[in-house]
Ligand binder design. Structure first.
Ligand code: COA
Length: 164
């Protein structure tokens, strides 16, 4: 039986922390769906299509995992997981501060779709301080985002966010 996992997020934009989770999770499942959604409380800087293109480019360039698919989802994650026939939702944890929110989300998703487990993966310590907001703030102000985002998409991110 094919084991499918979903790695959901806003990915606004993808960071090296996200890519690290994608790489590691893709080795644990037959199929990994990177699900690009919108967090209702955030106003994204990149369109969904732009975010999908950045993820596809970085994944193809860096890890060449043929079992990774990138898809957009709307509505509830639990419904999307059901539609995709997923067994598991992967979430990355950077610090204890992520835990309370993610714990609540995992319980809500479990109550909405009891067939799907949430699996937490510890973010690589090298990226524990990275966030998409930090990347955006640095890039908008002309700072150096080397090492924070995949090299293959660095210029695309700067082009979008840094206009001189
Ligand atoms: N490395 C680096 N950064 C990471 C990371 C990692 N491994 N893991 C998480 N982050 C950061 C992200 O960069 C992001 O940073 P930001 O706040 O600066 O943008 C932050 O952690 C949150 O992650 P994000 O990917 O944006 O996820 P989210 O918590 O905003 O959730 C959805 C986005 C789409 C998955 C979520 O809103 C959702 O499930 N929506 C559907 C509706 C639903 O079903 N809700 C639940 C029931 S109410």
């Amino acid at each position: 039986m094919i084991k499918t996992a979903i790695y959901p997020g806003s990915f606004d934009p993808l960071t090296n922390g996200h890519l690290d989770i994608i790489c590691r999770a893709s080795k644990l499942f037959d199929k990994l769906i990177v699900a690009v959604g919108n967090n209702e409380t955030k106003k994204p800087a990149f369109t969904v299509q732009e975010r999908i293109c950045l993820i596809e480019k970085a994944v193809n360039h860096t890890i060449k995992s043929y079992n990774v698919e990138v898809k957009h989802f709307d509505g509830l994650l639990a419904d999307f997981a059901y539609k995709m026939g997923a067994d598991c939702v992967i979430k990355g944890l950077r610090a204890m501060s992520d835990f309370e929110y993610e714990f609540q989300m995992a319980l809500l998703n479990k109550s909405l779709n009891p067939d799907v487990e949430t699996l937490f993966m510890m973010t690589n310590v090298s990226y524990s301080y990275v966030s998409s907001s930090a990347v955006k703030e640095i890039a908008k102000n002309g700072g150096n985002i080397d090492g924070l985002v995949p090299d293959s998409i660095k210029n695309d991110i700067l082009k979008k966010l840094y206009s001189v």
